[in-house]
Design a protein. Structure first.
Length: 248
């Protein structure tokens, strides 16, 4: 098992301003409602719902909002959302995966396609870039929860595939098949994780120059700001200087 993962998640934090926070709460509520509708409304018995609730708590979403989103699913008043995965290439040929929950497929596809085109990329068919990523479970803990060695030992014992520890925290990766059991074992030892969800982890990342990186980060922002988009994944790395310049 590797002691350090080369994976660097490229994503901007949403919610710095009130308007962004409101948009983020809307997306979190949508995921909670869909998860509750597809399974049981009890987070303890519904892994996807539990992950959605944990994500909402991490963003300080009010408890009332969370409960309302769950009740919306059980009350039969919720909209019907389609889960769609879009794949394509951004500037510099970088692979991008977009996960969406939408009540209007045509609108979502048209908007997302236009974002790719305007950025100098292109939207591809389903499966066009997914082969460059692994569908992986990720569990995150604060660095203060355990030492690097203690977390690595516990993760190995639980059946995890990889662990990356740094000052910002511990990232534990597990296969899609073992993810839930690994998360359960670590929660029993360290308490509730700050994040536990399935993600698309790039098998390799590519470094891009600042000009290309700026276009890519703008594309990431456009996608993340769309109401239908839940998650965006890409396989590129940019310089720390560019991240600072772009306000990351």
């Amino acid at each position: 098992m590797a002691g350090h993962s080369q994976f660097k998640n490229i994503m901007h934090r949403k919610g710095r301003q009130d308007a962004q926070k409101s948009k983020l709460f809307g997306k979190l509520a949508r995921e909670i409602t869909v998860a509750a509708k597809l399974g049981t409304p009890d987070p303890a018995m519904n892994p996807r719902l539990r992950a959605a609730v944990i994500a909402a708590r991490q963003e300080n979403m009010p408890k009332d909002n969370i409960e309302r989103a769950i009740k919306k699913a059980t009350g039969g008043e919720s909209e019907n959302y389609d889960e769609i995965r879009y794949e394509g290439y951004g500037p510099g040929g970088v692979a991008v995966i977009v996960e969406a929950l939408t009540d209007n497929r045509n609108r979502a596809a048209s908007d997302i396609r236009s974002y790719f085109t305007k950025s100098g990329g292109n939207l591809g068919e389903t499966g066009s870039v997914a082969f460059m990523f692994d569908r992986t479970g990720i569990i995150e803990y604060e660095a203060s929860v355990a030492s690097d060695d203690a977390m690595l030992e516990a993760a190995i014992e639980a059946g995890a595939d990889d662990v990356a520890s740094s000052e910002s925290g511990h990232e534990i990766y597990a296969s899609q098949e073992t993810f839930r059991e690994v998360a359960k074992a670590l929660e029993a030892k360290f308490g509730e994780a700050r994040k536990a969800a399935l993600t698309w982890k790039p098998q390799n990342t590519v470094s891009v120059d600042d000009e290309t990186g700026e276009k890519l980060l703008k594309l990431m922002d456009l996608l993340n700001e769309h109401d239908d988009v839940q998650n965006v994944y890409a396989n590129f790395e940019v310089s720390d200087a560019l991240v600072a310049k772009m306000g990351g």
